[in-house]
Design a protein around this ligand. Structure first.
Ligand code: ARG
Length: 463
């Protein structure tokens, strides 16, 4: 029973079920690189301040590097008996280098250790997420360029509203994913703070050099307060919230893909490699990837709530509850990373069906607002113009025609203010081209937005 690194004060062995219940190795094993990186930095610092001799620090660092290789090669067995990744590394170190290994834990605690590991891991995860968001924005910009002129019925309330271009729609997602990336970049500043040195909760009696460790690990700041440092998980809450918002975007995109791909809508086709079939209906090609992204997004949002509830009402400082943060956070992270990766692979193969989109726009009287605007330019107050066009829509509907197909005589019967120029504004192309200001759907503006986005993405890639 003394084999436990903390077993000194215990007279009886841990109950087997407790060992299983309290172990976190199945989850925190993925922190092994960060755990070793932080231990290396700690050992080097201890060597420099004289708590360890230089030779001792060297032996420890060497041993740690070897363990990193063993875990990477999957030759180090994991067991619930050793609880977590920290105990696995330390036990193995003692096994490998003997008594010197027992000095590694001088002046630190697993409490500041795990907080440091998680911050390192989260920092890396943010960088990976931002790279994926960058790639996804690039995919949408490419699609937008290809479809800058493609007419799509813009919807509000899922009802045809006004014609837009497919390119403009793509650029809306560029904006959403850009904000997601910016939010993560902002959170990264608060993630990149060093807890190590806080030890269990109160700091340590050894003459540690926290800035030395911070520099080695690339942290920008030291956590100011040891109690806060070991118990704070705001950095995870914040990134989980960013993931939650990102998941909202993913679900909205997924929903649109599913809707567009529906056989009754058929605005797009997704590549075969990203769709699946039915075990009974031979004709089926289902957008399962999009559906699962939509489905998993809810799971991501749920993790944010789970993490909030995990942290609520925890007294200072560290509590074992905190161990649960990892499974929650990793679940959210993994789902988002996978969804982003899939979209980056799938969307370049998206094919539009312009004839279907055009037909839907015409059927939905998408240019009705253009006609009303035209009448306003002829001196009719907008509210009256609205009513006139409403009557024109009713007439077209009764005749089974689109607005464009009404004759000038028919239109003039409704309002003599309608002239030949009105027929031009009724065209889908005329309608989108007229919304020619920054942020508008005119192909010229979409191209300008694409150019700005490309410039920004290139700039970000250099940073
Ligand atoms: N496995 C623990 C965690 O993830 C490490 C910290 C353990 N600290 C303690 N006082 N038992 O939170």
């Amino acid at each position: 029973m003394t084999e436990k690194l903390w077993g000194g004060r215990f007279a009886a062995a841990t109950d087997a079920l407790v060992e299983h219940f309290t172990a976190s190795i199945s989850t925190d094993r993925r922190l092994f690189r960060e755990d070793i990186q932080a231990s290396v930095a700690h050992a080097r610092m201890l060597g420099r301040v004289g708590v360890l001799t230089a030779a001792e620090a060297d032996v420890i660092v060497h041993g740690l590097r070897r363990i990193e290789g063993e875990i990477a090669d999957e030759t180090l067995p994991f067991t619930d008996r050793l609880e977590d990744i920290h105990m696995h590394v330390e036990s193995r170190l003692i096994e490998l280098i003997g008594d010197v290994g027992k000095k590694l834990h001088t002046g630190r605690s697993r409490n500041d250790q795990v907080a440091t590991d998680m911050r390192l891991y989260t920092r890396g995860a943010i960088d990976r997420l931002r790279a994926l968001l960058h790639a996804l924005q690039g995919v949408f910009v490419d699609l937008a360029e290809r479809e800058a002129e493609t007419i799509l019925p813009g919807l509000t309330h899922l009802q045809v509203a006004q014609p837009i271009t497919f390119g403009h729609h793509c650029m809306a997602y560029v904006e959403m994913f850009r904000r997601d990336s910016d939010r993560l970049a902002d959170a990264r500043r608060r993630v990149n703070v060093l807890p190590l040195g806080s030890a269990a909760l109160a700091g340590t009696t050894f003459p540690i050099d926290r800035w030395d460790v911070a520099r080695q690990l690339g942290f920008d700041h030291l956590a100011e307060n040891s109690l806060d440092a070991v118990s704070d998980r705001d950095f995870l809450l914040e990134v989980a919230a960013d993931l939650g918002i990102l998941a909202v975007h993913l679900s909205r995109l997924a929903e649109e893909l599913v809707y567009w791909m529906s056989t009754t809508v058929a605005f797009i086709d997704l590549p075969d490699a990203f769709c699946t079939g039915s075990s009974i209906m031979p004709q089926k090609k289902n957008p399962d990837v999009a559906e699962l992204i939509r489905g998993k997004s809810g799971k991501v949002m749920g993790q944010l709530v789970a993490l909030l509830i995990l942290m609520k009402a925890q007294a200072l400082a560290y509590n074992r509850d905190n161990q649960e943060d990892k499974a929650i956070f990793f679940t959210a992270l993994d789902e988002v990373e996978m969804s982003l990766s899939l979209l980056v692979r799938m969307l370049p193969g998206l094919q539009t069906r312009p004839e279907r989109m055009r037909a839907a726009a015409l059927e939905g009287f998408a240019t009705a607002t253009d006609l009303a605007d035209h009448l306003v330019r002829r001196g009719i107050p907008f509210r009256d113009a609205h009513a006139v066009v409403g009557r024109a829509v009713r007439l077209a509907q009764e005749r089974g025609l689109s607005l464009e197909q009404l004759s000038l005589a028919q239109l003039q019967e409704i309002s003599p203010a309608i002239d030949a120029a009105a027929l031009e504004v009724l065209s889908l192309e005329g309608s989108v081209a007229a919304r020619n200001h920054p942020g508008g759907t005119a192909p010229a503006q979409v191209r300008a937005a694409i150019a700005r986005a490309r410039q920004r993405l290139a700039q970000e890639a250099r940073e």
